[in-house]
Design a protein around this ligand. Sequence first.
Ligand code: TRP
Ligand code: ZN
Length: 856
Amino acid sequence: MRTTTAPTIRLSDYQEPPFWIDTVDLFFDLHPTKTRVHSKITFRANPSRSGDGPHDLRLDGRGLKLLSASIDGTELEDGLIDFDDEGLTLKSEYIPQSGFEWDAVVQINPEANTALEGLYMSNGMYCTQCEAQGFRKITYFLDRPDVMATYRVQINGDMPVKLSNGNPINAGIWHDPWKKPAYLFALVAGDLVSYDDGFTTGSGKHVDLKIYVRPGDEGKCAYAMDALKRSMRWDEQVYGREYDLDIFQIVAVDDFNMGAMENKGLNIFNSKYVLASPETATDRDYELIEGIIAHEYFHNWTGNRITCRDWFQLCLKEGLTVFRDQQFSGDMRSHAVKRIDDVLMLRARQFREDAGPLAHPVRPEEYIEINNFYTATVYEKGAEVIGMLKTLVGDEGYSKALDLYFERHDGQACTIEDWIKVFEDACETDLSQFKLWYSQAGTPHLSAEETFSNGTYTLKLAQETKPTPGQDEKSPVVLPLRLAAYSQSGQEIISERVEVLRDVQAEIAFDGLSEKPILSLNRGFSAPVTLGLKQSNADRLLLMAHDTDPFNAWEAGYRTGMNMIVGMVLNDDAPDPEFIEAIGTIMSDSSRDPAYRALAIGLPTEDAIAAELSSRNHLVDATLVNECRNTVLDALAAIHSDRCEALFDTMKVEGPYSPAAQDAGQRALQGVALSLISRQDGGALATQSFETADNMTQSQAALTNLIRLEKAEKQLATFYGRWKSDKLVTDKWFALQAIAAPSAHAVETTNALSQHADFQWKNPNRFRSLFGGFASNQAAFHRADGAGYTLLTDWLIKLDAVNPQTTARMVGLFETWRRNTKDRQEKIAACLDRIASNPDISKDTAEIIGKIRAAK
Ligand code: TRP
Ligand code: ZN
């Protein structure tokens, strides 16, 4: 166990700092192991704290070697400064209380920085990651988001490209005129080339656009650039937000803990979310690039111009920016498909989080390590909450509220209270109950009971949220529920309306109906709840065919499939022929768009089935779940073999590859057909498809099927030989084998891959590819002898010593351990204890392990 326990930080302890910072001047002398950072910082008294002074100067700093420091030009002698692990303190008697200039030189070692936070090196290039608290690893500072300053940066060194935030002044000199918190600081230097373009804003200002990559990767930037220009235009048209500097730059780096980072004017991206060519990137990769480019760009207004007062308000920028990128992707592609994808993700990751030991409110109230709170709850549930607000106040109200938000808070560091207040003011509404969504953890369960007599249909709604760790009492939340209903012949007999449930229970009645309606409730997933509504399979199949809300049409089929598989697992049921037939009907329904059909045919994942079993209080035998799901897939494959063959042909895309939604949808549906055919033809078609593929979507689909059939030896060698010098494709080579290897020997396969010369485990993409892929192979990961758990544990312990952030995230793979059979639970507990007993465990990992282990 850690000997020193890290402190818990609380929202209720928030206090403004005693000093603000106006300007920051930074001079970097870059060196791989001895970089010098010279800072000149002007501090000014914070009037609201002058009453409780005089104040010491407390600066955050980690792993810094202070070479010199002065205040207003007077060198600080040795012994005046108190150093500790987290920074330095200078007694108030040495601090001019009205304000002063701090001047300091520190030395840091970028090459030794494997945590990828602060200033580090990736492939010989210097780069930074400062969110959330990385700036304190670069120099001493008030490293908190409410301290906003303008920056001037000078980078010295022999690198051909030297970048920082803002506008360029001279070679290696940058000035950012917009006040920003330190977490948005960025610096990049290296041997890079740029892919250039330009954009003219709505008001006629020219902006240089540059994407920096390693020489050789210039050919893979066009799509990201196109997505950037579309994002810029969209934010002008939909939110009235224009870009505000002369230049916007994106840099792709290979070693990165997350997806991307919105540093002002200098976004830094995981190269996975920038680089794409038809031969190396899948349709899914293209879609993610588009969404993440948009997300980071949108942060310029929601995050940067208006930032967070403290890290508890993280959802202020993240929830809103996710909501905005979802809107954008829906506009670019299909709203129906986007919504289904987003809800699948929300349920898989956020509902799981909310139902387990890591549950926390959208705005957490305490943390030990803030990096552990970049979660599905803050991001995805945070976005759902905004979607509900929009449903409640309407499109016009939403746009008035946002205008007011930008007008009132530009240049400020804000809170959720500020956010709620603009809606209350702009829409003249009281949101005090709505605000519970930010403070109450857990997914509400909505139950609906129907009665019908004498032409009156009565709907009894009730909501309940189960206790979550540290929160036993729950209050009813505001649930905006879009609903409609259909007749037995599929006619809409109750037209769409929004009913808002605010109480624990409510009753809604509809008169004058000639038959009991078939309810379509929570259309478009208007409220993020689990739904308890007893509906017959026949009613669901009718909705599947007739519901005009595409989300609920999909949902009806999904539910039917889920219930059927659960019945197979629990009661040894056989697959339901009616369901199998309904899926066939959708397959060949050419009136529906292919991407939608691909989703509608997709069965719930093994993980989703496990979650469903667990919510019905059954322990999960992952092997059995895998078998039952395969039985359904085999039945679909056998019964619909003709349809699949036809689909495989008709969905073929003619002409050169385009990542656009229509073609991508056809390839998705073709991929579903291929995977079913592969269950029947021994891999013949997949083999052929692999040989003729001219794009990665098709290659990957073919290869996955062959791996599953254990007939991929030759193809894996070909693939590796062709792509071994391409890191991102090599990541796929690792991932696919771990994901698709048959469960009997996936552990051995993964273990062997972890010994491969190319398994560069310190690279987060590579580590996640192999072990994230492996853990998604549920039956393998949960192999009854526990070998899967042991393998992952060995590697997590190894990774924690070099990269706590990524380790802590990956430990989350054990989050749902309590839902497995008892024998499995015991084996996982032993693994968790083994990780926790490491005396050098990081505080990131310790916090997550502690919570997971405490799960009941
Ligand atoms: N703010 C970034 C985003 O949402 C994500 C982020 C937070 C991040 N911490 C990070 C990215 C650390 C990289 C590393 O877009
Ligand atoms: Zn973000």
